[in-house]
Design a protein around this ligand. Structure first.
Ligand SMILES: [Zn+2]
Length: 116
């Protein structure tokens, strides 16, 4: 799924249940996900869902291993890592590829290629 497709789906899943054209910034609206927000907070909620979908925070080795080849993450200590088909490579060190256990977690995904 492309990033655009992900964003479109998020907007569908988190649209306002009822759209009142007279609703002001402080008025309360219901999101399709079931939560209630002010109009301003709803926009922030949708932005946070999009950010989490495009740049997820990785909390464990299994999540790292599930990322597709060519993904790039930035570990807790700031080191960026690149994944090839079999191993993780620190961005500033050449040599032997490492397994995911050396990446300090949580890590933020910086780039994740589109997968069909
Ligand atoms: Zn929502």
């Amino acid at each position: 799924m492309s990033d655009i497709d992900r964003i479109v789906q998020i907007h569908r899943d988190h649209r306002a249940v009822t759209i009142d054209p007279t609703a002001g910034e402080g008025d309360i609206i219901e999101c399709y996900c079931g939560w209630w927000y002010t109009v301003d907070d709803h926009a922030s909620h949708v932005a946070q869902v999009i950010d989490a979908a495009l740049r997820p925070v990785i909390e464990n080795i299994e999540e790292l291993d599930a990322l597709p080849p060519d993904s790039v993450v930035r570990g807790r200590t700031g080191m960026p890592w690149h994944k090839d088909d079999a191993a993780w490579w620190p961005a500033s060190i050449s040599g032997v590829g490492r397994d995911a256990s050396l990446i300090s977690l949580p890590a933020r995904v910086l780039y994740m290629p589109e997968v069909d």
